[in-house]
Design a protein around this ligand. Sequence first.
Ligand code: HEM
Length: 376
Amino acid sequence: TTVYPFNGAHQSGITTPAQDRLHFAAYDVSAGTTREELIELLQDWSVAAARMTQGKEVADGGAVDGSPLAPPVDTGEALGLPASGLTITFGFGPTLFTAEDGTDRFGIADRRPAELEKLPRFTGDNLQAGLTGGDLCIQACADDPQVAVHAIRNLSRIAFGRASIRWSQLGFGRTSSTSTSQVTPRNLFGFKDGTANVKSEETKTVEEQVWVQDGDSAAWLSGGSYLVVRKIRMIIETWDRAQLQEQERVIGRSKGEGAPLSGGKEFTEPDFDAVGATDQPLIDKHSHVRLAHPTQLKGTKLLRRGYNFVDGNDDLGRLNAGLFFMSYQRSPKQFIDVQRALATDALNEYIKHVGSAIFAVPPGASKDGWVGETLF
Ligand code: HEM
């Protein structure tokens, strides 16, 4: 079984090869919680997360070895399961620094990086109030869904009285590869997703595009990153009635191999100037990969780390399914620039953005330290 470190220069769960399963939760800090109580929460979370990522129970005594007269400290559903590559990654939303009503609850308003703002409204946004924002977030990824769920459940339990879940999401079938050691998985439109993603092996690109550097706007965030989360509903039934040729035009790649429509294999660079017999570009002007490609965006890249989701069905019997998009970047501007470029994306006919949130993701905890120690 794979075990990833919890402590280190960067938090795990970002450049870590994407695991198969996700449980993501956004939290609100409870009214009346003090600065000291918030710090204690982050310390308690860090201790518990460090243990769980090593495959241990959340605290000594665990599910069955404590007092029979007390509720067990660990909920028990991960007893006997290995670490399963669990990573637990914490983020801080804009409202942690400055509450919706403008108050500085924790004395950190002046520590808020200028870029950490609620995302602007984008063309086609259809956001639902219950799927946006959050003071804090936790991304738990593992190769076993029970291990990821156990992590979020126990961290929520530890937060009782100090923070509670605002919204959350389960995901499966990673839609991105973040390492060259991984084969490219497919999203629910049936296309390979992650081909041109930033890979952890590209160390120079990761430094330039993913990690906040010394000299960027907030020194405490150096070695951290920004996480953008978008819950994107797929209009599956409309997509499934589209011709294969139309599906490939929309993406700009072939469905089988994932090769650019300008030719070659999966990892061949797309040639956006290539034209066919009728002088039409082989990669459509409005295709997703053309609009999102770094050459169209002054070199901007994102580290995508999304998951598929199916939340049952709606009352018309349609699958409530889509892509839980997550990307890590050195500045929120990178996501904003790409998402704005996608305003005329042919894909927009088949998708709907329903959830959105942004978080500053602090650097990793030092040895015996805690996540957020550089902020307070
Ligand atoms: C590439 C699907 C949303 C950014 C791709 C590819 C597919 C895909 C199939 C080609 C393979 C690859 O390189 O990974 C989707 C679907 C989406 C979606 C189905 C919604 C349900 C988004 C969003 C963003 C985004 C919201 C960012 C704002 C990118 C980028 C690339 C890409 C940067 C790589 C482009 C390149 O360098 O060639 N996407 N995507 N995608 N997508 Fe998306």
